[in-house]
Design a protein. Structure first.
Ligand code: SF4
Length: 374
């Protein structure tokens, strides 16, 4: 049975694992929450020790043909856009390598004219000698297309469903190929078939009631753990942040609820990676790391060229698929528009210092392509 069928049947047929997970999301007294937190800490320690995998997002392009109501890169937003060429991508990556990173997440909007799969494969190939772990977060592809990216040297695929509620999905994705819910939903399995060894899924919290999203996400994780058993499954629980377009979320998940969700994921699925981005503020991230998070970004920029101002002299508006010169492009210091505002603005060194003070060992590299060949 495909996950799409399973998802549609979910209200009527939940597995014992998903029912147990759901029970962990119910409101809790402070004492009950503390018990859950202790359990989550113990499980994390047993499976991952006191390590924290560090990665950086590297935005390649903010061109996009989709309109997603919550995203700054939406096609109709009149933002400053750019697509870095491969040399510029390498310069951005070298800056990250200088800070210690060996694990990068390449991010791009969906635009076949600017971000073709040949371009993505070229970027991966150029970075592979210096980055043992390269993941991509781009538009869903066919299996054969994913295989080209894997062959170029990528090992991780990230595809967030955004929302598992079909009606909300249709409401949020107003135009463009992203409107195809099932095509996106099946992307992790296509990626696995193509050879990705790390598969990341997630929901964007704030689009519908958080408990419903969390239950569907848990069902997806359970399904992928069975279907893609040779890959490491990672989960992300991003909350909406302010962005161009000024989308106002209808739903919220509080800090305490987010902590409870992370504990519930950890206790239910001890072996999965849990990813926490700089969307969350520093003080909250310092608390959440002990509850089950295993991977975090640091010092992030969410605009192409954000680390070293690459592409600053090619900023433009994109109208009807054509680049139009923007007045602001010549203004000194102008950068491409970011996808969303980050919240944890600490430097990489500040984040690693904070991790060490809390007894965590930052991990810059946990994988080498040579392992795949041995
Ligand atoms: S969420 Fe992705 S597909 Fe949607 S507008 Fe943003 S970059 Fe484009």
């Amino acid at each position: 049975m495909s996950f799409a069928q399973l998802l549609d049947d979910l209200p009527l047929r939940k597995s014992a694992t998903v029912r147990r997970f759901e029970s962990l999301l119910a409101p809790k007294t402070a004492a009950d929450f503390e018990l859950l937190a202790q359990q989550a800490r113990a499980v994390t320690r047993r499976y991952f020790g006191r390590t924290m995998r560090l990665f950086a997002p590297l935005y390649l392009s903010n061109e996009c043909i989709n309109n997603c109501r919550y995203c700054g890169f939406s096609r109709d937003n009149p933002i400053l856009r750019v697509t870095l060429d491969v040399e510029q991508v390498v310069l951005e990556a070298r800056h990250l390598a200088g800070q210690g990173f060996r694990q990068v997440l390449l991010v791009a909007g969906e635009h076949p004219k600017f971000v073709g799969r040949g371009y993505l494969a070229d970027c991966v190939r150029a970075l592979a000698p210096e980055f043992p772990s390269i993941s991509i977060e781009v538009a869903p592809m066919e299996t054969a297309e994913y295989a080209e990216i894997v062959n170029a040297g990528a090992e991780g695929l990230v595809v967030y469903q955004e929302t598992y509620n079909r009606a909300t999905y249709a409401e949020m994705h107003t135009s463009g190929p992203k409107r195809d819910f099932n095509w996106r939903l099946d992307a992790p399995e296509r990626g696995y078939a193509a050879g990705f060894r790390r598969i990341g899924v997630g929901a964007l919290f704030g689009l519908s009631p958080w408990q419903d999203e969390a239950v569907a996400l848990a069902a997806h994780v359970e399904y992928l753990l069975r279907r893609c058993w040779q890959a490491q499954i990672t989960v992300s629980v991003p909350r909406l942040r302010p962005a161009a377009g000024e989308f106002q979320p209808q739903f919220s998940i509080s800090d305490a609820e987010l902590a409870q969700l992370i504990c519930a994921l950890r206790v239910t699925f001890p072996q999965i990676g849990i990813v926490l981005s700089t969307r969350e503020r520093a003080s909250l991230r310092d608390v959440l790391i002990s509850l089950g998070v295993t991977s975090m970004s640091a010092g992030s920029h969410t605009e192409p060229g954000g680390y070293t101002h690459q592409g600053a002299d090619d900023l433009h508006l994109t109208v009807g698929g054509r680049a139009i010169a923007a007045e602001t492009r010549t203004r000194e210091g102008a950068t491409a528009t970011a996808q969303f505002e980050i919240s944890d603005e600490r430097t990489v060194a500040e984040v690693t210092d904070s991790l060490r003070r809390r007894g965590f060992e930052p991990v810059w590299k946990d994988w080498d392509q040579a392992l795949a060949k041995s």
